[in-house]
Design a protein around this ligand. Structure first.
Ligand code: GLY
Length: 337
């Protein structure tokens, strides 16, 4: 894990003057002082903290941090955080502005999980800008855990969500260009940001996570990736830790990636080592299936109950963002091949 960008402005603005003046007063809701270089809670937990996939995680983390810094819950933080990416038309793999499927339709997948094993998920949802909020409504207001397609849309409308056109002009143009050859070839490099997965640990020591995507560009209509699948794209066990995934969803579903990462942490592995072992599993499965691993990218991020975090990916190019008392920083994930 290598820190490659240090965006400490907000933290410095908050604490710098007080530090220069030698003032040391507790921050409301944090339970520690502004002088602490590394912030530890009563049980040596490093909290609050939020981590998320890719460089667009930096902006998303800002949203989540507004909740966490005021003592808010992890579940509210992750929903607020990923909504920033969902609403951003410049992020072309999540929410509004997401690239369409091969029928020209933008279909969204999202899920959310809290510290008490409450889960909610939507898949192949059209025309709703914030699928993560619909997933949360599934979690809180239905006896079910997952709604898909028309049923998810019908439910969203019943909950007051409004239908919008999510296909922006730039995506429409790309789609028209794609139609000329109509080849489905997902890229494995850093341009292929595919999912925002976010994990948070709040001041009360509770973990939550959320994951949202428009899925692979030009996928088959009806294709669902790992992101809305609890255990694949996201998993949270409040006694142990949380994990989320990005990359080729089919490969993550095949080995229930995020659940595996959490189980590896349960066995005592650090978040980074757990992510590495899960990536090695993907590579092993690829070998067994005679698939070229160079065609595949998967990255995991993980956060444990103590606030320790880590990541690993198949091949270079994956980054993730971490916002804690050290500011909001981008980290480069280590890779296996
Ligand atoms: N990881 C996102 C997807 O495969 O759809």
């Amino acid at each position: 894990m290598r820190q490659i960008k240090n965006n400490r402005k907000a933290f410095i603005q908050k604490t710098g003057l007080a530090l220069m003046a030698g003032i040391s007063k507790p921050l409301v809701g944090f339970g520690f002082t502004e002088k602490s270089p590394v912030i530890k809670g009563s049980n040596n937990e490093l909290k609050p903290i939020v981590i998320s996939t890719w460089d667009f995680g930096l902006k998303a983390n800002e949203g989540a941090w507004q909740v966490l810094k005021n003592g808010g819950n992890a579940i509210d933080a992750v929903e607020t955080g990923v909504k920033v990416t969902e609403a951003d038309p410049n992020e072309r793999s999540v929410g509004y502005g997401g690239r369409p499927d091969r029928d020209g339709k933008v279909t969204l997948d999202a899920c959310i999980m809290d510290h008490q094993f409450n889960i909610g998920s939507v898949a192949a949802l059209e025309s709703i800008k914030h699928p993560v909020s619909v997933a949360r409504a599934v979690m809180e207001k239905t006896p079910h855990v997952m709604l898909v397609g028309d049923g998810a849309l019908q439910f969203a409308i019943s909950q007051g969500f409004t239908k919008e056109n999510l296909l922006i002009e730039a995506s429409q143009k790309e789609y028209e260009q794609w139609l000329i050859k109509s080849e489905y070839k997902p890229k494995v490099n850093i341009e292929n940001h595919d999912t925002i997965g976010m994990l948070a640990l709040d001041v009360n020591g509770n973990l939550s996570g959320a994951c949202t995507t428009s899925g692979m560009a030009f996928k088959m209509h009806g294709r669902v990736g790992d992101s809305p699948i609890i255990g694949a794209g996201l998993y949270v066990d409040n006694e142990i830790g949380a994990a989320t995934a990005t990359g080729h969803g089919e490969e993550v579903i095949r080995m229930t990636g995020s659940h595996l990462v959490v189980e590896l942490m349960r066995m005592g592995y650090s978040p980074e080592k757990a992510c590495k072992k899960a990536v090695e599993r993907i590579i092993g499965i690829c070998k067994q299936r005679n698939k070229n691993i160079r065609d595949i990218q998967v990255g995991f991020i993980a956060l444990n109950k103590k606030g320790e975090f880590g990541s690993y990916c198949v091949q270079s190019g994956f980054q993730y963002a971490v916002y804690n008392q050290n500011g909001n920083n981008l980290h480069k994930s280590d890779h296996v091949i």
